[in-house]
Design a protein around this ligand. Structure first.
Ligand code: SF4
Ligand code: SF4
Length: 405
């Protein structure tokens, strides 16, 4: 358990700023707070915990790596759908597998990335303001769709990594003197997400990860080339969502996901821990909490009712796979993962139906987003239903569409 004094110290991180960071993010954290051990991540529990592990979950994982012997006779779960999904995951799987057997490192998912060249031996001297602007410029150039900066916050760093080779905890290998975190998001494809539930929609997840990895590895190498230390991380090492919120990239939704102004909940997140002098961004508020208070489209649409329809609480379901001591909407991760395993692919129904899941390059959708941020919110939610946003498209619809470009 992290001590109340430490929580107070971290909540005041960014001392020069007017308000402590939790006052800006809305996080309500008590002295019961405990950091998360990655062993209890649902994907790891599916390896060691008999209450989660099943023949279905084994097949679920296997389906990403093997020639599937059987495809379901329903649209969206056929040979070409799994072929595309697994191709979209290829970069993420390739980088995760590189050192898994030889080094007990599943980089990007259980361990931070180590695949870098030596950086410069002499540090480039510039102000924190200049570095912040340049890192954002470089990050966009190298493939990040959005980029923000926050202070290092120990609360979100896992207590331990997990080894699926040895089925044991591993020490976290993150130095504790990297004072800043650069957080990036990359969009997942809008059209394939519209076909959820389907194996085809899993291609959006894989493609989002792959784009994230290219951006985070390149930007980490850039920071190292400036002569500073930088540790690149995807799902490993620390919880990404609170860091992204603190870095001003979005707000927390009822479905437990980051909601960004640019892409709604349709993003993947990566982060870089660094000692490059930087200025933290401010968290943003574009009305998500107020929308979620009255919306509930995700909790109504979830096929296993894993998303709470009540107010934020300290409920942690089976008390294992969630961070304790934070008042928030917490999904039942066990029910969610069991659904994924049973259907043979990941599910993003809660992303598909979310009113923030729109193509905001369109003016009409930007107007709806603006309405969601103010007193027109109920009207925007009514229109969202009337105009049938978030409805499911078929995989055949997607495959027949002309390729962009
Ligand atoms: S991913 Fe699917 S099963 Fe999981 S919470 Fe969202 S809608 Fe429910
Ligand atoms: S579907 Fe509605 S309640 Fe759920 S996260 Fe999106 S806006 Fe919030």
């Amino acid at each position: 358990m992290i001590s109340p004094a430490a929580i107070e110290e971290i909540q005041g991180a960014g001392r020069a700023r007017r308000k402590p960071v939790d006052a800006k993010t809305g996080f309500e954290i008590t002295s019961e707070f405990q950091r998360f051990n990655q062993k209890y991540d649902m994907f790891n529990r599916a390896v060691w915990d008999d209450s989660v592990r099943s023949e279905r979950s084994r097949k679920f994982f296997e389906s990403y790596f093997t020639d599937l012997a059987e495809f379901r006779a329903v649209e969206g779960f056929q040979h070409r759908d799994y072929a595309l999904r697994n191709a979209a995951w290829y970069i993420a799987d390739f980088t995760a597998d590189l050192l898994e057997t030889s080094g007990d490192r599943k980089e990007g998912f259980l361990d931070s990335y180590t695949m870098f060249r030596e950086g410069a031996t002499r540090k480039m001297e510039a102000s924190a303001e200049e570095n912040s602007a340049e890192v954002k410029r470089a990050g966009k150039f190298l493939g990040a769709d959005a980029i923000g900066i926050c202070d290092y916050d120990e609360r979100w760093v896992y207590t331990h990594n997990y080894s699926r080779q040895k089925l044991t905890d591993k020490e976290i290998d993150l130095p504790d003197d990297l004072r800043h975190v650069v957080v990036i998001t990359n969009e997942m494809d809008h059209e394939t997400i519209q076909t959820v539930p389907s194996a085809l929609s899993g291609a959006a997840t894989g493609q989002g990860y792959s784009r994230d990895i290219i951006a985070v590895l390149s930007l980490t190498q850039y920071i190292r080339n400036l002569g500073y230390r930088a540790v690149a991380s995807l799902n490993d090492t620390a919880l990404s969502i609170p860091l992204a919120i603190q870095a001003g990239l979005g707000q927390y939704g009822r479905h437990g996901l980051l909601i960004t102004p640019e892409f709604g909940p349709r993003v993947r997140i990566a982060k870089i821990f660094t000692d490059l002098p930087l200025i933290a961004d401010d968290p943003i508020d574009f009305g998500v909490t107020e929308t979620c208070n009255i919306c509930r489209r995700c909790s109504a649409a979830c096929p296993v009712k894993a998303i709470p329809s009540a107010a934020p609480s300290f409920d942690t379901h089976d008390g294992v796979s969630h961070v304790k001591g934070i008042r928030k909407w917490t999904i039942n991760a066990k029910q969610c993962f069991t659904f994924w395993a049973n259907q043979g692919s990941d599910c993003s129904i809660c992303i598909r139906v979310c009113p923030y899941n729109k193509d905001f390059s369109r003016l009409g959708n930007r107007i709806l987003r603006w309405m969601l941020s103010n007193r027109w919110r109920r009207m925007a939610l009514w229109l969202d239903v009337k105009l049938r946003f978030g409805r499911r498209q078929t995989a055949g619809w997607w495959w027949r569409r002309p390729a962009a470009g």
